[in-house]
Write a protein that binds this ligand. Structure first.
Ligand code: SPD
Length: 353
């Protein structure tokens, strides 16, 4: 399904435009009628060939990107899914009108949310879980670790992997790794049902805490994450922007500190031009280490240290070289500005002083 931006967009409401465009492009009436079932692209968000991202989570601002074509526009059981093609950022995936990934800058987020926990482990990971992340970019990054035996993904919305496989090959390449098992299910239930201590790393690659992802920022889910990760293992969750969301980050860090008692809680971040404020963070929660055996010890794991190294290119899978992450970027990602430290430092194990 392709809807082309045209001068008509300047004046026509998008819902009317979809029908008239399909007719003027020579589509049969039945095809045009079936398009009526596709969701309307709100004329406020898609106007004059520009998409503008507005949300109550970043009030008073909106990032605009000029688009050429709407490649996909459908409503799943959970959310509104759009893929648009743009000159500035390549193809862009939107969920409920919020930018999730663009071909140009997705590597900064996907590499960091995956490699910060994976590389910080004292003992290399063998079993990893991704909650959400249906575009596949995080899977692509996990495929760089030859020691990993199983990579599980619990994604609630089957439309996201399907759309990514069709339109976003640079991300969905991650699904080609034979170690990947995709479970289309409620991520919370999947984690609650997991065997205790059965994952070395759990990555929560969620959208923002409005709509379907809200529960992924709440205590019952974090208690289940703590149970499912191994002693000495690491949970890494999307943890929003210090420019907009310090109260959310503060309460998340406080909650994680209570749940991961005896372990450590740290906030790291990456830069990314298409997320609000150009910055997004990650909460790294390390479970208290085992009292004996590999990786045992009293002191909690300090995730600021990169102890493992991801592989760089994997030709059989078509995984290209890293573009953002290296060991220096790893440690510097935990250096947070003073105003953020003043607000959240009291909850952070190593970054508060
Ligand atoms: N404000 C948008 C935050 C989106 C975070 N998740 C992105 C998913 C990419 N795999």
């Amino acid at each position: 399904m392709q809807i082309r931006a045209s001068p008509l967009l300047i004046t026509a409401p998008v819902s009317n435009l979809q029908k008239s465009q399909f007719i003027s492009l020579g589509f049969k009436a039945s095809r045009a009628a079936s398009m009526a079932a596709t969701p309307e692209l709100s004329s406020e968000a898609f106007k004059d060939g520009w998409f503008t991202e507005k949300s109550t989570m970043w009030p008073g601002q909106g990032l605009s990107i000029q688009y050429d074509v709407i490649l996909y526009n459908a409503r799943s059981d959970f959310q509104h899914v759009v893929v648009m093609s743009t000159k500035a950022y390549g193809k862009v995936l939107l969920l409920d009108g919020v930018i999730q990934a663009t071909e140009r800058d997705e590597h900064s987020y996907q590499e960091m949310i995956a490699h910060l926990p994976m590389a910080a482990l004292e003992t290399p990971a063998t079993r990893v879980l991704v909650v959400g992340g249906g575009d596949g970019g995080v899977l692509r990054e996990l495929s760089r670790y030859p020691g990993v035996k199983e990579i599980h993904m619990a994604e609630i919305d089957k439309m996201v992997p399907e759309v990514s496989k069709k339109f976003l090959p640079q991300m969905s390449v991650g699904f080609q790794d034979p170690r990947v098992q995709l479970h289309i299910c409620d991520g919370i239930k999947y984690v609650q049902d997991a065997e205790e201590g059965s994952f070395d790393v759990i990555i929560v690659d969620s959208s923002d805490p409005v709509g379907p992802a809200e529960v992924l920022f709440e205590e019952p889910f974090f208690r289940a994450l703590h149970c499912a990760v191994k002693p000495g293992g690491i949970v890494c969750t999307q943890a929003e922007s210090i420019w907009f969301h310090l109260p959310i980050i503060e309460s998340l860090a406080g909650m994680c500190g209570r749940i991961f008692e005896g372990g450590s809680v740290s906030y790291a971040y990456t830069t990314i031009p298409t997320y609000p404020s150009g910055q997004i963070g990650f909460m790294l929660c390390c479970k208290a280490r085992p009292t004996q055996g590999p990786g045992s010890g009293e002191a909690p794991v300090d995730p600021r240290v990169a102890r493992q190294t991801p592989g760089n290119v994997i030709p059989p899978l078509g995984v290209k070289e890293l573009q953002y992450y290296d060991a220096n970027v790893h440690s510097s990602a935990f250096v947070i500005p003073k105003f953020a430290k003043d607000a959240i430092g009291k909850h952070l194990t190593f970054q508060g002083k």
